[in-house]
Structures are given as structure tokens and as C-alpha cells.
Design a protein around this ligand. Structure first.
Ligand code: FE2
Length: 294
């Protein structure tokens, strides 16, 4: 599965520091090889086939309006032109994971840092660092939606504050359960909007179709108490009522919440809380079997 960038930051191990202080590099679009474009095509085609009835409307619309197709790895300049006109965002190339403060600074200024490299053909279903497929296919369509555009900018600003307060792990959980692994209610049922799901063939099916994981209504303090898995499918997916709920999050002052939440016990990745609004009680089969295999 595609682990995405929930572990942006130095702790995750970052690439060698590039010469620009904001860690951006040129995408070097003309340097992509035919094999790399072919990898993009494989990923694009198999993921696109899965998304009808599973991706939320905003994702579908965003994808449709952007210069993204199967034929080649997208050019960040062309993406940015369309994004800038719609929501004021742009995509900038980085060599891989960047330090937290660099990541937040970019988001706070409506720049989405995207890995410029693409995974190797033998690692189509698993990679440690976010590549161009995860970052562009998974994240960029949602940046076309005004609620996500504002929410992600607020997250960048909040990240810089959380870092000063020593509360980054709590904030990172909010990012993880929304931007990376979030589900949203729509008229037809639950749909994905999180990039970690949208860019992963196996997790798209697991998050939406499998009986195993719990699906729980998103609740901010609850999510801030909840540890998450970075090395496997999630045991709980959190569901927002609509994307406007994220816009409400963008307006909340997290500082008093950090204190309140820190006074309560943490929850393990698959642990339900009595106060949860449970949309689907998972069987837990997948993680139980994984644990049994050791
Ligand atoms: Fe990501």
C-alpha cells in the first residue's frame, strides 16, 4: 500500500538537503524516461478504473478539470496554472520528504510540495516516500475544492504553531485521518477523499468495500487522541459529514484543545471509544489475521 506523507518530517529521514532553503527543485519534466511515464500510466489506469462510485464528487471534478491523464507524468507548471486560477494553489517539486517546518511553510502559502520521482515498477503497491503518483494523483485533485484549499492552508499555519507548542503529533493525527485517509458521506454512500486511499489500489478497496475496518464519524478531539498505523491499512477510517466540516476545522483554535486532549488517555489504532458514532462496526478480520501471522 501507498503510505503517503503522513510522516513528513525529519523523523522519517529526509533526502539530502537541496540548495534552495525551501527545498524546492526543478521538476525536470523532460528528464522522465519512457519507462517512468509507463509506470505512471499503469498506476493511473488501474486506479482510475477503481474510482467510480468510490471517489467523492470533488475528487472526480478536480481530476477532470486538471491537465492529468494516463499518457504522461503531469507537468507541475501546467497543473499550477489551472490550480492557481481555481483556488490559488500551486504544485512545487521536492526531492522527497522535507522537514516539517518546510512542509508547513509551503502549505501556509498555498504551495503543495510534491515528490518529483516516480516509484519503480517492482514497488507499485508499496513505497515509503510519497512519489509523484501519490502526491499528484492523490492530493492535487482535492486542492481544486475551496474547502480543502482553505483547510490545507490552515493546517500549514497550524503546523507551525503546533511545533512551537510541542503538539505536533496531535495535529499530525488530524492530517492523517482527513487529508490522507479521510472518507466523506455523499448521497450514494461513503466516498474517499484522502490521498493515501485515492492513490492506493489495495487501500481503496479495503477502506470502502471491506468488512474489516471500523468506519466512525469524524470527531476532532477523538482523532487527536488516536494513534495511527503508518505501515499497514488503517483499522478505523474517520468519516466527515461533508467537506465543509473541514472548513470548520480550519477556523478552530487548536491551542486550548491540545491541553484538553492531552489530559485524556490515548486510543490505540483500532480502539473504539464509547462516545463514537459508529457508521460501520468492523469485523477486525484483516488485522487479526495479520497479527496471528506475526
Ligand atoms: Fe500524502
Amino acid at each position: 500500500m501507498d503510505r503517503g506523507s503522513g510522516k513528513h518530517g525529519l523523523a522519517a529521514g529526509v533526502a539530502a538537503r537541496p540548495s534552495r532553503p525551501d527545498w524546492t527543485i526543478d521538476q525536470g519534466w523532460s528528464n522522465y524516461t519512457a519507462e517512468e511515464h509507463a509506470t505512471w500510466r499503469t498506476l493511473f489506469e488501474r486506479q482510475t478504473a477503481l474510482l467510480p462510485g468510490r471517489a467523492c464528487e470533488a475528487f472526480v471534478q478536480g481530476m477532470r478539470a486538471l491537465p492529468i491523464d494516463a499518457a504522461r507524468i503531469p507537468d507541475f507548471r501546467a497543473l499550477s496554472e489551472v490550480l492557481r486560477a481555481r483556488t490559488g494553489w500551486q504544485v512545487v517539486a521536492v526531492p522527497g520528504l522535507v522537514p516539517d517546518e518546510v512542509f508547513f511553510e509551503h502549505l501556509a502559502n498555498r504551495r503543495f510540495p510534491a515528490g518529483h520521482f516516480i516509484r519503480r515498477p517492482h514497488e507499485l503497491d508499496y513505497l515509503e516516500e510519497p512519489d509523484v503518483f501519490h502526491d499528484v494523483f492523490g492530493h492535487v485533485p482535492m486542492l481544486m475544492h475551496p474547502a480543502i484549499a482553505d483547510y490545507l492552508q490552515a493546517y500549514g499555519e497550524g503546523g507551525l504553531r503546533a511545533q512551537r507548542l510541542g503538539r505536533l503529533p496531535m495535529l499530525a493525527r488530524v492530517y492523517w485521518t482527513t487529508i490522507e485517509f479521510g472518507l466523506v458521506r455523499e448521497a450514494g454512500g461513503l466516498r474517499l477523499y484522502g490521498a493515501g486511499i485515492a492513490s492506493s489500489r489495495t487501500e481503496t478497496v479495503f477502506a470502502l468495500d471491506d468488512d474489516s475496518p471500523h468506519r466512525v464519524a469524524f470527531d476532532l478531539p477523538r482523532v487527536m487522541r488516536t494513534r495511527y498505523r503508518i505501515d499497514d491499512f488503517q483499522e478505523i477510517y474517520f468519516v466527515v459529514r461533508d467537506l465543509a466540516e473541514l472548513l470548520e476545522l480550519a477556523r478552530i483554535d487548536f491551542a486550548p484543545l491540545y491541553e484538553q486532549v492531552a489530559a485524556q488517555p490515548e486510543l490505540a489504532p483500532g480502539e473504539l471509544d464509547p462516545a463514537d458514532t459508529l457508521l460501520h462496526r468492523g469485523s477486525g478480520r484483516y488485522h487479526r489475521e495479520r497479527a496471528a501471522r506475526g
